[in-house]
Design a protein around this ligand. Structure first.
Ligand code: HEM
Length: 268
């Protein structure tokens, strides 16, 4: 019997081209290929459904002026300090009890008994001072570099609100251990508040939750400290960073502007 000859397997060639990958070949991208490629990675999967890579690129890949130096990292350092406060604060809130009879005991438990409690509490306590110092240094940088001038005035105003909120965060947090020092220091602080013009007395009544320091004062401070102010800070940081991205950062003041050739021609 004659031997049966099997046909050779098809080789990629003119009649049987190998499947093209996006961006290969004649430069035209087959939408079907793109659809097949999408979803091969988690990022691609999310991006195909949200188109978030555009905004992410807009935020991450920005041009920075010549002469940008370490002083420009103070804003990000403040942001990092805030994130540290947020993360450690979440863990502290798992143990803290804002009632006048149990607050001190709950903090004692975190410090002496909870796993890594002393470390987390220390990070939160010292982190608050670090954030206050960094926010002032960052403000000084923007002031001395003239970054408050047109067109960044609104970002300066948002910054002032962030500064006030950061101080309010320290003030409301100070009462929470509810020991003798924090109790009396807060009474002094609230009384100083009350001497402010127009809104002063209303503000101190609001903080005390009434005309006198009472049982609800502590829970009010706690709610302001862990819900109201962080929410406002997160919103304002979002607006602050949006404006930084949109407007770019200021060049250092010692840098001379490069001569605009077109303008020079027009003036000649
Ligand atoms: C929670 C507090 C704050 C955070 C997280 C924050 C974050 C940032 C970041 C990341 C930048 C861009 C990089 C840089 O220049 O460092 C920036 C820029 C800026 N910030 Fe803040 N900031 C805060 C508070 C403030 C305060 C208190 C002020 C002033 C009152 C302020 C005014 C500005 C201005 C004017 C710019 C633009 C700088 C430029 O164009 O060169 N910020 N901020």
């Amino acid at each position: 019997m004659p031997k049966l000859k099997l046909p050779a397997p098809p080789l990629p060639g003119k009649l049987n081209p190998a499947p093209r990958r996006p961006g290969e070949g004649n430069g035209k991208v087959d939408p079907l290929d793109v659809a097949k490629e999408a979803g091969t990675s988690a990022v691609g999967w999310v991006d195909e459904r949200t188109s978030l890579s555009g905004p992410a690129r807009w935020v991450m890949f920005r041009k920075v002026p010549k002469g940008t130096n370490w002083f420009y990292t103070l804003g990000s350092a403040t942001l990092f300090a805030f994130l540290n406060q947020a993360v450690t604060g979440v863990f502290l809130s798992m143990y803290y009890d804002p009632s006048p009879t149990r607050a001190y005991e709950s903090i004692r438990y975190v410090t002496n008994e909870a796993f890594l409690g002393e470390f987390v509490r220390g990070m939160h306590k010292w982190g608050s001072s670090v954030m206050v110092i960094l926010v002032f240094l960052h403000m000084a940088r923007t002031f001395f570099f003239g970054a408050y001038k047109y067109p960044r005035e609104l970002n300066w105003i948002i910054g002032v609100a962030l500064l006030i909120l950061t101080m309010a965060m320290s003030f409301t947090g100070y009462l929470l251990p509810f020991d003798q020092r924090s109790y009396w220091a807060t009474i002094v602080g609230v009384n100083i508040n009350g001497t402010g013009p127009l809104v002063g007395p209303y503000l101190s009544d609001f903080l005390r939750a009434g005309p006198d320091f009472g049982a609800t004062t502590l829970s009010r401070f706690y709610a302001i400290h862990m819900l109201l102010i962080p929410g406002a800070i997160i919103t304002l940081i979002g607006a602050h960073l949006y404006l930084v991205t949109k407007l770019g950062t200021t060049a250092p003041p010692w840098l001379k502007a490069e001569p605009d050739e077109r303008l020079a021609e027009e003036q000649a």
